[in-house]
Ligand binder design. Structure first.
Ligand SMILES: NC(=O)c1ccc[n+]([C@@H]2O[C@H](COP(=O)([O-])OP(=O)(O)OC[C@H]3O[C@@H](n4cnc5c(N)ncnc54)[C@H](OP(=O)(O)O)[C@@H]3O)[C@@H](O)[C@H]2O)c1
Length: 374
């Protein structure tokens, strides 16, 4: 099975490099080109799959999804839209079938991008989006709105932007302290009955809210930050996911690129389009202080032909069978590299040795400024 995956992956990689060589403009404008795209999209490679959630609230998805946020927002540069459509479609060809976006990304434009990109294979994928932030002057604020009428309004708008009639997995983006969780879950339950949503998830919710929501509308997944630098969910969220049969989707699984070894204390973030500039962990001193982690990951990877990003993602996948990370990327090469991490299987001894080594490193710098932590 693993060899088969590797072969399919190599096949996809070869086809991809061929396509890149033959078509330097990467344009979808001409119709013969479009026909070829449609033919390729008709038979995506098979990646190892995983299940999020239980019973009729479960979905089977590729073991790794694609986080699409950075294609339009918060990761400094915004690449040309047509290349991002190309990247999302290549991800599907390579076997990725879980795509993550949100009303807040942009805001709004990321949902439009994802909706356009997935059109040719809409029915074959799991499309995830989120509601719950308040926007002022077309900017996300740190205010929340999960009133039932607002959830309904956002879903209608998201469906239009996503060019679809159903959202497969709808998350509350942040818990709204002013709206009881029972009301939020009840609204999503009704939207499921009406056929506008298929499954329900929460992002960054604590155990109490997870229980309250699950009692009204069983949850399929919790999406919360989790990586080798942010391991808090292991304490309070994994036990409840295990108990209630809920899947877990780590966001920022590469700690916003830190866990690739690609950013350093000289990295510049574009003002106004990169939250890393305001996050304590990306201050130059913290970046230097945490470098011991990159040293451990690269020495583990160097012996095994893996990059730092691949070790980071493979470690996440090895934690629980119901974990499906959603690394974000704007580069086909990184996409390929990240997906390949699915194939790496740790022996119990090496997993334990790596975990022991990384656990000894105290991480400097909070993941969010105090005001933004739940
Ligand atoms: N629920 C929430 O509140 C929440 C919050 C944040 C994010 N998310 C979701 O999680 C997804 C991923 O999170 P994220 O973008 O914050 O963090 P991430 O996936 O940890 O990191 C993305 C960054 O890593 C870089 N990268 C990816 N693969 C790489 C590789 N192999 N080598 C070198 N660099 C690599 C990307 O740059 P390149 O483009 O250059 O590859 C990008 O800057 C988002 O797209 C979004 O869907 C959810």
């Amino acid at each position: 099975m693993e060899n088969q995956n590797r072969r399919n992956f190599l096949k996809a990689g070869t086809a991809l490099s061929g396509a890149l060589l033959l078509s330097p403009a990467l344009s979808f404008a001409s119709s013969p080109e479009q026909e070829k795209v449609n033919r390729d999209l008709a038979s995506p490679s098979k990646l190892l799959s995983r299940t999020l959630g239980t019973g009729k609230n479960s979905i089977n998805v590729s073991a790794m999804g694609l986080g699409c946020m950075g294609m339009s927002w918060n990761r400094s540069f915004v690449p040309d839209r047509k290349y991002m459509i190309q990247t999302i479609r290549k991800a599907y060809e390579m076997g990725v079938n879980l795509f993550d976006t949100a009303e807040a990304y942009g805001p709004f434009v990321n949902e439009e991008l994802v909706g356009e990109a997935i059109k040719p294979f809409r029915k074959d994928i799991t499309l995830c989006s989120k509601f719950g932030f308040v926007f002022e002057n077309n900017k996300v604020t740190q205010k929340f709105d999960s009133r039932p009428e607002h959830i309904r309004l956002v879903v209608e708008q998201s469906l239009k932007r996503l060019k679809t009639d159903v959202i497969d997995l709808l998350y509350q983006h942040r818990v709204d302290p002013n709206v009881p969780m029972e009301d939020v879950a009840g609204t999503v339950r009704d939207l499921i009955k009406e056929g506008k949503v298929k499954h329900f998830g929460l992002s960054e919710a604590g155990p109490e809210n997870i229980r309250k929501a699950h009692a009204i509308q069983p949850l399929t997944a919790i999406q919360t930050e989790y990586s080798l630098m942010t391991r808090d969910p292991e304490k309070d969220i994994f036990p409840i996911c295990e108990e209630l049969g809920i899947g877990f989707v780590p966001y920022s699984p590469l700690c916003r690129a830190y866990l690739t070894g690609y950013i350093n204390e000289r990295t510049k973030y574009v003002d106004g389009n990169d939250n890393r500039g305001s996050l304590p962990r990306y201050a130059p001193d913290a970046i230097k202080a945490n470098w011991a982690l990159i040293d451990v990951l690269s020495s583990f990877g160097n012996e095994r032909g893996l990059t730092v990003a691949q070790v980071s993602l493979a470690w996440l996948l090895a934690q629980k069978p119901w974990i499906v990370p959603i690394p974000g990327t704007t580069k086909l090469a990184h996409l390929q590299e990240n997906i390949w991490a699915i194939d790496y299987k740790f022996s119990p001894e090496e997993l334990s040795a790596l975990t022991t080594a990384v656990s000894k490193i105290g991480i400097v710098g909070n993941r969010y400024p105090t005001a933004q932590t739940k």
